[in-house]
Every structure is written in structure tokens, then in C-alpha cells.
Ligand binder design. Sequence first.
Ligand code: KIV
Length: 266
Amino acid sequence: MDKVTIVTLSEKKQKREPIVMITAYDYPSAQMVDEAGVDIILVGDSLGMVVLGYENTLPVTMEDMLRHTAAVARGAKRAMVVGDMPFMSYQLSPEQALENAGRFIKEANAHAVKLEGGEEVLDAIKKITSAGIPVMGHIGLTPQSIHRIGGYRVQGRDAEQAEKLKKDAKLLEEAGCFSIVLEAVPAELAAEITGSLSIPTIGIGAGPHCDGQVLVYHDVLGIFQEFKPKFVKRYANLRKEIVDAVSRYADEVRKGDFPDEAHSYR
Ligand code: KIV
């Protein structure tokens, strides 16, 4: 079993083999998605919403991310593990960005880090990659900037925004990113950006022409149901399965049917 590396991902782009990425936040989910054969596991700061119950990703801390990334790294055998740098862990200075990126590698065993933004984060990316740490970029809808963007909206619909996204993608590639997430971008624009880069793009709400796709684990499995963006496809309804199973357990305890002899010691 060959481990997925940035070389594997670059080869996949050249061979036009789609790259599969999904988020995970703990040891068992990492084991399961790894067993399912995904290429990249992103420990996304989306954990703030789907695991910790925050309204958005902004309150997520380095300590939250390191704890969850380390758990995922223990569960992943083949997939590349990417740790998502939380809000204000890389914006202060390139030195701060490198220090925190280094913690993902040294303390949490991540293979790479991801950070949001275009032109404004180039110095941080250059500093991190110059220390040998692979960086995944993230442009389009960048949830850490929701207050500036004005909510969770599709990006790049007007010509000015589209030009900025194309320019940012090129700059991220030149700064040394090994891949770029394109979030909530019109499919045609994502296709154009993908065709203009030698590094793979990973789309989420960016249509079918990216080099890979990413979705959030709790969305794919129907565990998180507070809202559902258009791009989310649910492949299971585990929320219902879990509520049903726990209701049956509660029912049996209340009726005195559990534990029975088969589940008791003599
Ligand atoms: O935090 C996250 O899960 C992400 C993906 C949605 C790309 O950034």
C-alpha cells in the first residue's frame, strides 16, 4: 500500500485521475475514510461547526486543530493528512505562520497544512514552504472571511472577482502551493483555473472539472443537517440511523429488556 504524497497527487493531475478528499476529525472516522480509499483527509476547521457546535469557523483554536489532527493522523494509514490552519494562526506574520504550520507537522503528524486566501497570504506560504512544509491553498468562498464577504456566497460571478481568483490561483502556484481548494466558484471559472495550473485543484461547489473533489464528512453521511449548501450530496442518513438506534436502546433499558442474559456476566 503506497502512501499518498504530493508526488502522487501531481501524477494524478497529469493522468487526469480524479483526486478524492474528505474531511475527518477523529480516529475512527479517519480509519473509515482511509479504508474507503480516499487520497487526502482534510482535518478542516469546519470541525468548529460540525463537531464543536459553533456558528462558524472563527472560534477554532490551534489547540483544537492539533488535537483533532493528531487523532486523524493516528487513524490514517494511506491517505495524506492535511491540517487546516485556523483563523488568526497565520495572518499576523510569516514567522507566526511558519511556527504554527510547524506545530501541525511536529505535534500532530500532519503531512501538509492548508490556509485560506490569495495575494494577501503569499508571504506566509513562501515562509512555510521554504521550511519544507507542503501548503494547500484555498480561494473562492473562504469561510474565515465571512464577515468581509458578507456570508456564504458564490464567489467569482462578476468579471472583477473572476479575474482576482484567476490571478490568486497563479500566485499561489508560484508561491509553492502543491494544490488549491476552489470553494463555491462557478463551474466554468473553476475549469478555466484548473486548466491554467500545473498543480491540482480540489473543488467544493466548483463543478466537475476540478482535478479533485472535497466534501465534509458530516455532510456526506447526513450527520450534520442544520443547513445544506447546494453542492452537498448526502450518501447516507446516519443522523436518522443513530437517533433510531439510541431510541431503541433507551426503550429497552426503560422496559427492562436490556441487559438480558446474553449481555450479563454469571
Ligand atoms: O474546513 C473545511 O472543511 C474546509 C473544506 C470545506 C475545504 O476548508
